[in-house]
Design a protein around this ligand. Sequence first.
Ligand code: HEC
Length: 616
Amino acid sequence: MHSKKTSCWKTTLSLGLLVFLAVSVSARTESTKDKPDKASASAVDNFRLLDHEGKSHELYLQTQAPVVVLVVAGNGCPIVRQSISTLKALRDRFADQKVVFWLLNPNSQDDQASIVEEAREFGIDLPVLMDKTQIVARSLNATRTAEAIAINTKDWKIFYRGAIDDRLGYGTQKVKPPKTFLSDALENFLTAKKVSPSHTPVKGCAISLVSVTPRDGKTISYAKEIAPILQEHCVVCHSHGNIGPFAMPSYEKVKGWSSTIREVLLEQRMPPWHADPHHGAFANDRSLSPEDIQRLLTWIDQGKPRGNGEDPLAAQPPKPAEEWPLGKPDYIVAIPREMDIPATGVFPYRYALVDSPVREDVWLRAAVVKAGNRKVLHHCLVFVKYPKDSEHPQPDNKGGIDGFFTGFVPGMEPVTFPEGTGKFLPKGAKFIFQLHYSATGKQEKDRTEIGLYLCKTKPPMEYQTRAAARTRLDIPPGDPDYEVYGRFTFQRDSLLYEMSPHMHFRGSRVKYEAIYPDGKREVLLAVPHYDFNWQTMYRLAKPKRMPAGTKLICTGAFDNSPQNPANPDPTKLVHFGEQTFDEMFIGYVNYAEIPQTNAAPAPSAANDTTTKQAAK
Ligand code: HEC
C-alpha cells in the first residue's frame, strides 16, 4: 500500500515535469494549515468544467442544492479508489436533500479516455470534473487527492474541508471508520448545528501543481509571452470600435482588468468558444490552449509583472477592419433603415425584410455580412426566401429552418464559399435579416449590409444549407433538461463544411453525431454549454466526407429551470417560435453534394423533424 502511494505521486511528478516545471504548493496553502479550524473565510470562486462524460458543470448554478461537495481525485490513487463506495453511500444518503457530489481531477497527466476507463473499472458513477489546467485546484488551494471540500451554496463559503473519514491511511486501513468527518459535517450543516471540526488533515496522493516554465526561469515575460496570447485570442473583439466591452491597447489596461480576466478564464466565458475540445477540429477555433491559460494565470498570480521589452499591444495596435475584406462586392444589400439601439437593456431579435437587387438567377462565390456598428451587433443571421415560381429546389422556410443564407458573429473572418462550390440565388428572392444587438451604455445606431460576390461561371457543386431540426417543442415549466432530437440524411455523397446549432435562451447543450451507412457512429461536434449569445458557425478544419445515406442526428436539450440565468420565465410551457422567449431547435449544416457521373436515383424523405423516436 505504501509503495503504491509513492508510485502514485511519483508518476504525477515525472509526467508533469515532462511538459511543465513542477512547483511547490503555494504559500496560501501553508497559511490554511496554520489555522486548522478555519475552513475558509472567503467565498470560493465560480468555475465551469466538463466532466468525463462531456457534461458541463458550473458551481454558481447549483442553487437548487444546499451544498456542493467537491472531492479531489486522480487516476491510480488507492485512497481515492477505496473512498468511492463511501462517497456513493453519502450521495445516496443525502439525495433527498439534493446535496451535489462532484469529483475533481486536476492531474495534468490524466486525459478524458483514462478518466473514463478509471470510472468504468472502479464503478465511479459521480461526475469527474476534468481540471486539466488545474485552474480550479489552484483557486481552491487543493494539494492532495481524497480531500473533500463542502461548499454552502448560500454564500459559496467552505464549511468543511479535509478527510472524508479516518478509515484510510498510507498503508493502513481501519475496518469501520471511528470518525466520519464529512458525513458528520453534512449532517450538522443540514440541521443547522455547528460543524466541528471544520478542517481535518488529509491523507491522499499529492497533486503536482504544474507551472509553465518562464523563459528567464523566474517570471513570465509580459512582452514575449502574455501580450502575444492576447493579440491572437482577444484583441479582435477587445479593441476600439469592436464588441468587447473594454479594449486591450496597453499593458496598463490589461493589468487593470486582470482580476476579471482570471474570473472569465475560470468560468470558461472567454474567449467565447463552446465546442468540447475532444470532438472535431475547427478552422475558426478561438479557444486558448491549456498551456496559454496556465501562462496567463501564473502571470496574474505573479503580480502581473511588466518586465522588459516594448509593449506589443501599444506598439502594434490592431489594423482597423477593412470595409470589405474580400474586395468590392457586386451587389450590396442594406437593411432598409438605420436601427436605434438604446443605451441599456436586453433586446429581442429584430427582423428586416429586403428585396434582392439581383434581377436574374445567379451563383455566388461569397455572401458576406458587414456589421454597420461592431460595438453593438452581437450576431446577424440572414435567411433567403425564394419566389414561389422559382424552378430551383426550394429550401423549407418554416421558422428559417432551411433558408439560412449567411451570417455574422464578432471575430468571424469573412471567407468565400469553399473551393468548387457556390450558392444559388434566384431572381426575385427576399432576404430576412435577424439582428441581435447588445447595449453599450450609450445610444448607438446600426445599418448592417451584406455584400454579394458573383461567380464568373456556374460552380461544379452547390453549397447548400439544410438542418437537422425539430419544430415540435413542449418544454415543461421548470424542466432542467428537456432533451430533443432532429435528423437529417445525406442523399448523395457529400462534403460537410460547417455546423451551426441554433436555439434560444433555454438552449443548454447540443451534439451532432453522424451514423455512417456501415453503422459506425462519430460525434462531429459537441457543445456542452450552449450560449445563445454566440451563434457560432463551427467550420471544420478539413471538409468531411459524408457517404450517401449517412444520418446526422442532432441531440440537444433545454434548461427551463430557474437555475438557468438566461431563462426569461421558468414557469412557462415553451413551444417552437421565432422570438427569443419561444424556442427553436435547429442544427444547421453547410455541405455540397459531390457530382457523380452515373448518379443513382435519390431516396425520398430527407428530413425527419417530428418524432423523438424517429431519431433512435
Ligand atoms: C469574439 C469576440 C471576443 C473575443 C475573441 C474575446 N472576448 Fe472577451 N468579451 C466579449 C464580449 C462581447 C464581452 C461582453 C460580455 C459577453 O457578451 O459575454 C466580453 C467580456 C469580457 C470580459 C468582461 C467580463 C464580464 O464581466 O462580462 C473579460 C474580462 C474578457 N472579455 C476577457 C477576454 C479575454 C482575456 C479574451 C482572450 C483570451 C477575450 N475576452 C476574447 C467578446 C470577446
